[in-house]
Design a protein around this ligand. Sequence first.
Ligand SMILES: Cc1cc2nc3c(=O)[nH]c(=O)nc-3n(C[C@H](O)[C@H](O)[C@H](O)COP(=O)(O)OP(=O)(O)OC[C@H]3O[C@@H](n4cnc5c(N)ncnc54)[C@H](O)[C@@H]3O)c2cc1C
Length: 337
Amino acid sequence: MKILKDFSLKDYNSFNLDVKARFFVKINSEKDLPKLTESGHLNTGSFLIVGEGSNILFRDNFKGTVIHPDFKGIQLIKETDDLVFIKVGAGENWDNFVNRTVARGLHGIENLSLIPGAVGSVPVQNIGAYGVEVRNVIHKVKGFHIEKEDFSTLTAKDCEFGYRSSIFKKSLKGKFIVCSVIFKLKKHAKPDISYRGLREYFQHTEEATARKIRDKVIEIRQSKLPDPAILGNAGSFFKNPVVDQETANKLIHKFPEIPHFPDQDNQVKFSAAWLIEQCGWKGKRTGDAGVYSKHALILVNYGEASGRDIYDLSERIKDSVHKKFELLLDREVLVIG
Ligand SMILES: Cc1cc2nc3c(=O)[nH]c(=O)nc-3n(C[C@H](O)[C@H](O)[C@H](O)COP(=O)(O)OP(=O)(O)OC[C@H]3O[C@@H](n4cnc5c(N)ncnc54)[C@H](O)[C@@H]3O)c2cc1C
């Protein structure tokens, strides 16, 4: 375990911001976690866990310690007639893992292809795309409980998964370092092509195998999402707002064309991208901070924008959506500083 000082986070945030962390610790072995507690670097409020930094906006240099769990390993745990249980280290790249499972003919995460980031962040975020959320395939999450100074295992139920949310963002926020995740994948095809783009494509072609779904998802993503290696971004900057039926009815009455979708508990979800687009932000640019021209939900760094520039732009977007629709947008991206 090496503790580095005044470390540039440029390679650890997908907005490509050249911010620094006062301390940076890359941990390769779970055995080092108790030692890290003793070192004082895990004191409440003074550290941040960073995987690949593809969902974080640093407004400034980080004055505490960045902990980068880099536990590797992909291990077959158990196999039944229908299921395969695989344990994956938090530091493995998510899409490499997806690719490996698809190559083995396994099913369950092909719709989640090409999402940037490390495996350790996947349960924290409950990542989702193209009709699928990762909660459906998570069996257990193993990690280090910082306050208890001990390792513990959570079942999927314990994780309290919600829309881009989990217990790791609520009561266990800043208290739990995910070390590995056990996924439960299917041996036999049960494709989910409920997402319109996939449904339309597969109804005219042959069977929707995991490989074919992965290829199609990659094609769609590459056609509309910017590659952070070329144009700094963190994917969707805001969550889709979810409101009660009464509020939704008022909005639909006032804006009959507003896209809306039924959500859990009789609530209604609206498209944040549509709301932002209606306020005229799509493709707008202020200095080097902008809204992507092909997708209004994605804020981009054209090169020299600072974290504050991007944050200020997000505030202006929030204000105008609130003024026009009386809806409050919540950030999906974690803002630090
Ligand atoms: C181009 C682009 C497209 C995207 N598309 C999608 C999409 O379709 N669907 C989607 O859901 N997301 C999407 N995202 C967001 C992002 O890829 C996911 O949120 C991803 O899971 C973040 O992984 P990361 O390792 O980069 O996490 P980070 O950004 O490093 O961290 C995210 C959160 O997890 C915490 N964390 C990280 N590792 C650990 C750990 N080991 N233990 C405890 N806490 C930890 C961090 O403290 C932080 O709160 C996209 C991002 C980009 C840039």
